[in-house]
Design a protein around this ligand. Structure first.
Ligand code: NAD
Length: 320
C-alpha cells in the first residue's frame, strides 16, 4: 500500500556535492577556487534571482564568482574575451538573451552563444561538443573530438540541469541502485514535457542511456527515446503520462498545468520550469506521489562540480 504523497526539498541532495567541491578547493588548491564568470544580459527576474543564488553558493564553497551585467549587444565580444582569458576557468550565460517569452524562450542566437562557449570553460555542459557526445553516449573527450587530450581521463561534461534531475531521481528512489550502472532505469517509463536542448532532450538522453523508455513531449509532437534512438510513437501525451513512473515538467508558460488525473499513484513528478506546472494541492492527494517542486539547488551544485572538473582537466596546472 502506498503512503501519502510527499513534497521533496532537494537541499539535502545538493549538500554532499557542494561539500566535495569545498573540500577539493581546500585540500587540493590551497583554498583558492577556480574563477567562474557569469554573464547576465537580460532583465528576466528569474535569471537575476538564479544569478544571485549561484553567486551565494559559489562564494560559500570557495569558488570565485564574478557576475558581469552587460548589454545583450556586447555579449558576443565579451564572451570571446572570456574564452581567451587564462584567469577565467568557467563561463556561464543566463538565458534567454535574445528573444524573450512569450515570443520564444531563447531562439537561434542563444543557440549560437551556447555553442560559442569554449568547451574548456563550458560549466553548463551545453555547447555542441558535449551534447553531441551525450547523444552518442560517448563519455570521454579524446575518443570523439579534436579536443587536445591528455589521456583517457578527460571526461565529457553533462548538461547541469539534466544532470541535477538524474541526481535527484537517484536519491529519491527513481533509480534501481541494485542494477548495474547503465541499467538502473530499465523498465521505467518517463515522460518529459519539454524537448529543448537545455533541459528536455539532454535529460531524455541521459535517462535513456540508463535504460528508461522516454516519452519526449513537445508542444506539437511526441517521440519515444530508447537508448540512442528517437522513435515515432502512437502514444499521446495523456497516454504516455498515465503510464509514467517519472514525469518531468519544463513548460515555460504560466498557465500550463499537468492534469493531475493523468498522474499514477507512486509516480515521481519533477517541476524544472520556473513556473509551477502542476496543480500542487491536488497532486499531493495522489497516494505515493513524490513531488519535486524545485531543482535549482542541485543544478547549482552540478554547475560547481562541472567547474571543478574543467579546472582539473584544463586549467589547474597553469592556474595563477
Ligand atoms: P524552451 O522554450 O527552450 O523549451 C520549452 C519546451 O516546452 C519546448 O520543448 C516546448 O515545445 C515545450 N512546451 C511549451 N509549451 C508546451 C505545452 N503547452 N505543452 C507541451 N510542451 C510545451 O525553454 P527551456 O530553456 O527548456 O526552459 C524551460 C523552463 O525550464 C523555463 O521555465 C526555464 O526557466 C526553466 N529552466 C530551469 C532550470 C533549472 O535548473 N531549474 C534550468 C534551465 C531552464
Amino acid at each position: 500500500p502506498l503512503g501519502p504523497a510527499v513534497k521533496v526539498d532537494v537541499t539535502e541532495i545538493a549538500k554532499p556535492y557542494r561539500e566535495e567541491v569545498r573540500a577539493a578547493i581546500h585540500d587540493r588548491y590551497g583554498g583558492v577556487g577556480p574563477k567562474l564568470v557569469a554573464f547576465l544580459a537580460n532583465t528576466d527576474p528569474y535569471a537575476r534571482q538564479y544569478a544571485e543564488w549561484t553567486g551565494r553558493a559559489c562564494e560559500a564553497d570557495g569558488i570565485r564568482y564574478e557576475l558581469r551585467i552587460i548589454n545583450e549587444n556586447e555579449l558576443e565580444q565579451k564572451l570571446y574575451e572570456a574564452n581567451e582569458d587564462a584567469s577565467v576557468h568557467g563561463i556561464l550565460i543566463y538565458y534567454p538573451v535574445f528573444g524573450f517569452f512569450p515570443s520564444f524562450y531563447g531562439g537561434s542566437m542563444d543557440d549560437y552563444l551556447r555553442d560559442s562557449v569554449s568547451f574548456k570553460k563550458d560549466v553548463e555542459g551545453l555547447s555542441f561538443t558535449y551534447r553531441f557526445n551525450l547523444y552518442r553516449n560517448i563519455r570521454f573527450m579524446d575518443a570523439a573530438t579534436s579536443a587536445p587530450a591528455r589521456g583517457p581521463e578527460l571526461k565529457c561534461l553533462l548538461p547541469c540541469t539534466a544532470l541535477s534531475v538524474v541526481k535527484i531521481l537517484e536519491s529519491i528512489g527513481g533509480y534501481d541502485l541494485s542494477l548495474p550502472v547503465g541499467e538502473r532505469m530499465t523498465g521505467k517509463t518517463v515522460s518529459i514535457i519539454n524537448r529543448s536542448e537545455i533541459v528536455g532532450r539532454p535529460l531524455g538522453a541521459l535517462l535513456a542511456n540508463d535504460g528508461a523508455d522516454i516519452y519526449s513531449v513537445d508542444i506539437d509532437s511526441i517521440y519515444h527515446f530508447r537508448r540512442g534512438q528517437l522513435l515515432q510513437t502512437s502514444e499521446t501525451p495523456e497516454s504516455a503520462v498515465r503510464r509514467s513512473d517519472v514525469i518531468v515538467c519544463g513548460v515555460p508558460v504560466k498557465d500550463y498545468k499537468l492534469p493531475t488525473a493523468w498522474v499514477k499513484p507512486g509516480a515521481i513528478v519533477v517541476n524544472v520550469a520556473s513556473y509551477k506546472n502542476v496543480e500542487e494541492e491536488a497532486l499531493l492527494q495522489v497516494p505515493g506521489v513524490k513531488f519535486v517542486p524545485l531543482v535549482g539547488k542541485v543544478t547549482i551544485a552540478m554547475l560547481e562540480r562541472n567547474l571543478m572538473r574543467l579546472f582539473a582537466q584544463y586549467h589547474a596546472e597553469a592556474a595563477p
